[in-house]
Design a protein around this ligand. Structure first.
Ligand code: ZN
Length: 77
């Protein structure tokens, strides 16, 4: 699945919100269950409005954006 997530490392480095569209598995890395469907949400950081995806996994495991970015980078390499 492709999701749009905030890249907090890049955001800190540049002092403005950096958003990345990344491709990750459709399954939870903890238990292999299906990830929830992503929906678009607006977030405001330092007065700048931008949109990111959020989803809730049925299994209850939480996908942190930092882990999602790490997974996407691992898959791309
Ligand atoms: Zn899980």
């Amino acid at each position: 699945m492709t999701v749009v997530v905030p890249d907090e490392v890049a955001t800190k480095a540049t002092c403005r919100p950096i958003i990345s569209a990344v491709t990750i598995a459709a399954t939870c890395p903890e238990c292999g269950g299906p990830r929830g469907e992503a929906t678009r949400h607006s977030r405001t950081v330092d007065g700048v409005l931008y949109s990111v995806d959020q989803w809730t996994n049925e299994c209850g495991h939480v996908d942190y954006y930092s882990a999602v970015l790490a997974e996407a980078r691992a898959e791309a390499s």
